[in-house]
Ligand binder design. Structure first.
Ligand code: NAI
Length: 336
């Protein structure tokens, strides 16, 4: 099939080319660096499939242009599909494939890396030691063992983090409208969200972005938390209200923040903007706090996850070519 692949970097091309070669699928992959939006959607004209990533826009306007240009399949290189107008896709007869699980370990391990780095201030220690500064002032951390850690969303990623946190000796509390017996099996416990917010020293977000979870961690939720709480977000930026986080950091209520995602990240992440002025004042303010650590949506970025993403994406496209349906469609129960 002819596939227009948006938002690609050399590393995406490497993994997709090798999955295409290994499966002998023979798809014609047309790589574009640009993000998909209403200005760039016409570049996919005459391509049966559009392959998109997390910050590509797949709203009604873009989907209409794609459908008019002959596209029939959207193959997402992500698990999340909050950037797709599913009703518009249905109405236009576009099928949506995604990569439901590639390496939940990759993101859970990244969340754990944020927790450890923030706690033990490894990012500061690294810079200090390179400058010949071996003083310990300002590097004081805490033992994770015996602390209460909260996991919001115990799907594929959250349950892995729960397991890791149990390994550190934390008491693990969780909140999820769909409970899994796996949590009890690893020694964790579901509690009402308010109890989780009130009791946890560390809270990590692993739920999808939906109308219900939008700004779930805002002023009200922060008010219920312990003073000095550590907040970790590797899910989707808008699950947190960044302005409320800033207020919490300024008052000292929030003690640490580790982010791999940001609500307005599509204008920032995955680009080298080091010689440009960043115009997003909220993001720049967040970066000024000594107790905030931000990575640019790299939770998924391991060799294993990239191999799995490319393999599943090519399999979705091949299945659609054979049968008219991707191997992993967006689940119908999550729609609407
Ligand atoms: P999943 O679908 O396996 O699990 C999500 C869980 O959240 C489900 O158990 C669901 O019941 C739960 N949930 C839904 N609404 C909730 C609510 N209001 N409160 C608490 N829990 C709720 O998804 P997965 O694969 O574990 O991904 C989790 C998040 O991580 C998603 O937001 C995804 O977009 C994000 N992600 C981030 C990546 C990164 O590179 N930083 C890479 C991959 C996924």
């Amino acid at each position: 099939m002819k596939v227009a692949v948006f938002s690609t970097r050399p590393y995406d091309r490497e993994f997709l080319d090798s999955a295409n070669d290994e499966s002998k699928a023979g798809h014609a992959l047309f790589y574009l660096e640009s993000r998909l939006n209403s200005q760039t959607a016409h570049l996919a004209r005459d391509h049966d499939c559009v392959c998109a990533f997390v910050n590509d826009q797949l709203g009604r306007a873009e989907l209409e242009i794609l459908a008019a240009g002959g596209t029939r399949l959207i193959a997402l290189r992500s698990a999340g599909f909050n950037n797709v107008d599913l009703d518009a896709a249905d109405a236009l007869g576009l099928r949506i494939g995604r990569v439901p699980a590639y390496s939940p370990d990759a993101i859970a391990e990244h969340a754990a890396a944020l927790i450890l780095t923030l706690n033990r201030k490894i990012h500061k220690a690294y810079a200090r030691v390179r400058e010949g500064n071996f003083a310990l002032e300002g590097l004081l951390g805490f033992d994770l063992k015996g602390k209460v850690a909260g996991v919001i969303g115990t799907g594929k990623i959250g349950i892995n983090l729960a397991r890791i946190l149990k390994g550190f000796g934390c008491e693990v509390l969780a909140s999820d409208p769909f409970e899994t017996p796996e949590l009890a099996a690893i020694g964790g416990r579901y509690v009402p969200l308010d109890e989780l917010l009130a009791r946890c020293d560390v809270i990590s977000l692993h739920c999808p972005l939906t109308p219900e979870t939008h700004h779930m961690i805002g002023r009200e939720a922060i008010a219920k938390m312990k003073r000095g709480v550590m907040l970790i977000n590797t899910s989707r930026g808008a699950v947190m209200d960044a302005r409320a986080i800033i207020a919490g950091l300024k008052s000292g209520k929030v003690g640490y923040v580790g982010l791999d995602v940001y609500e307005e990240e599509e204008d920032l992440f995955f680009e080298n903007l080091s010689d440009q002025v960043i115009r997003d004042d909220v993001f720049v303010r967040l970066m000024t706090f000594p107790n905030v650590l931000i990575t640019g949506h790299q939770g998924f970025f391991t060799r294993e996850a990239m191999t799995a993403i490319a393999g599943t994406t090519i399999d979705n496209i091949s299945a659609f070519e054979r049968s008219g349906a991707p191997l992993h469609p967006v689940p119908s129960e999550r729609r609407g």
